[in-house]
Design a protein around this ligand. Sequence first.
Ligand SMILES: [Fe+2]
Length: 297
Amino acid sequence: MNRFSNYVNELFKWNVEMRRFLETDNVEANYELWQQLDEFTELIESTGKQLSDEELLSLQAKAENIHERMENYFNRKQQEVGNIWISEKTVPPGGHTLPELPYAYNALEPYISEEIMKLHHDKHHRAYVEGLNKAELNLKKARDNNDFSLIKHWSRELAFHGSGHYLHTIFWRNMVPKKGGNPQGILRAEIDSYFGSFEKFKNQFSEAAKQVEGVGWAILVWSPRARHLEILQSERHMLLTQWDTIPLLVLDVWEHAYYLQYKNNRGSYVDNWWNVVNWNDVEMRLEQAVELKWAAF
Ligand SMILES: [Fe+2]
């Protein structure tokens, strides 16, 4: 059996399991998930033995789409029943706090001195927390007064101090006294499969860090879209983004997105754009994003 028919076979099994799952959970017969599953069943039943790469990819995409919708369906139900998020700590506007170091200031010596750690954590990181709180409170004030004349300034502050706070919070926990060694488990597997080897990963990460233009960070990220690791450089640490956040709703205001139709009138493009927002999609992204929970600071 080749890998194609293996995969289609897997899809058949998966399809049967999904049906059983929906039945045991008494999902309403008219719910759109059933309809999608019916369509999917028809599709794989009509599939010939030999599939082209495109046909296979398209089948895979459909299966993933159904899977995603199913997960969201069950997440929503859970929410209705238990609503487990509400009691968890969330950070209100202006409510960020400086996380404690998970070890003593001198614990990383001789590699990083006590003096640096004290200054870095207690002065620099604290300043980011304070700056972020200030930006959030000023944006709250702007919303309450419907006065966005300083939106550019506060958005910049929000990005600069937000990234500073979130990245340092990760940074402290990325380090531990007297450890080192090599990554293991799923991390090691992903590193090997994407970068080729731990050595190659380490070389690229080191060079990315050494060659950041001016000041900034080297950052190992996971891309949920590509489902692989990547190494990025961040100059300074914002250029108006907040690292450690997940985009939910995005609006393209590059000229190519509106110029042919709206010429230089970006404002009316933005105002009209609200007519075509797919809130179901935004909600679906949020439902997936809230599953990921870091400790709140
Ligand atoms: Fe720093």
